[in-house]
Design a protein around this ligand. Structure first.
Ligand SMILES: Nc1nc2c(ncn2[C@@H]2O[C@H](COP(=O)(O)OP(=O)(O)OP(=O)(O)O)[C@@H](O)[C@H]2O)c(=O)[nH]1
Ligand SMILES: [Mg+2]
Length: 224
């Protein structure tokens, strides 16, 4: 966004983008400090609508709940469906944020939700961002790592069409490998695009319905 102020001497551009971005970074830093103080390792799980974010989180929570104090914050425009799907997997707390229309979570929203988490006994927090590959990539939440989930049914060119998301990811999960053939997608293409964009980035193929590859995701996050 660009904002101009008109004076007798002409128009002056006010650097509103930079100011807003700097404010978001400050809020993210406050979260980062809070996570560090409370010994919580937090992860931002992003990806398109229906990519498999909730399915992956539910599988990870199930595997970790015996050894870790896990909490989940699920972000969606509306409904509590995702929080309900994760409930019963062993998390100590599951919260749902409804953005009411906003296409991403931000550090301020997360900070407010953190006030609802137990003060003690948590060491892992999974944050499911709102489903899309655009807005969430521009907002840091103050987490340790971002996991971008992309599914085979999003097509072979999804990586190159959404560079900001994949440039900001620390781990990429390529989900729904079981249906790649049915939707005529050769997974070699997104994998090659990722390696060209981010040489050496960890890319893990999963079938979250069957739980395949989930242990590898946990290893990549140094949770197993
Ligand atoms: N075939 C197949 N289906 C999957 C897989 N993972 C998830 N699904 C299905 O895909 C649909 C969407 O999965 P979700 O986990 O809800 O996806 P999401 O990214 O959380 O979706 P939003 O929160 O709406 O953005 C559900 O019907 C899942 O059962 C997979 O690996 N293979
Ligand atoms: Mg979901």
């Amino acid at each position: 966004m660009r904002l101009f102020e008109t004076t007798d001497a002409g128009s002056i551009e006010i650097q509103i983008d930079e100011d807003i971005q700097a404010r978001h970074e400050e809020l993210a830093e406050r979260n980062r400090q809070l996570f560090a103080d409370r010994g919580i390792r937090a992860f931002d799980i992003t990806g398109s609508v229906g990519a498999g974010k909730t399915s992956l989180i539910a599988e990870m929570v199930q595997r970790l709940s015996g050894t870790h104090g896990v909490a989940v914050i699920a972000g969606d425009v509306a409904t509590t469906h995702d929080a309900e799907r994760v409930t019963g997997r062993g998390a100590k707390k599951v919260l749902q944020i409804n953005t009411g229309g906003m296409c991403h979570l931000d550090a301020g929203l997360i900070y407010r939700a953190l006030g609802q988490l137990p003060e003690a006994g948590l060491d892992v927090l999974f944050i499911e961002n709102v489903g899309n590959l655009i807005c969430p990539s521009f907002f840091s939440l103050g987490v340790e790592a971002r996991i971008a989930v992309v599914s085979a049914s999003e097509g072979a060119h999804v990586i190159e069409k959404h560079p900001a998301m994949f440039e900001s990811a620390d781990v990429v999960v390529l989900n729904k490998i079981d249906i790649a053939g049915a939707v005529h997608v050769d997974l070699a293409r997104p994998v090659a695009d990722l390696q060209a964009m981010r040489p050496g980035i960890k890319v893990i193929k999963t079938n979250c319905l069957a739980g395949e590859g989930v242990d590898e995701v946990l290893q990549a996050l140094r949770l197993a």
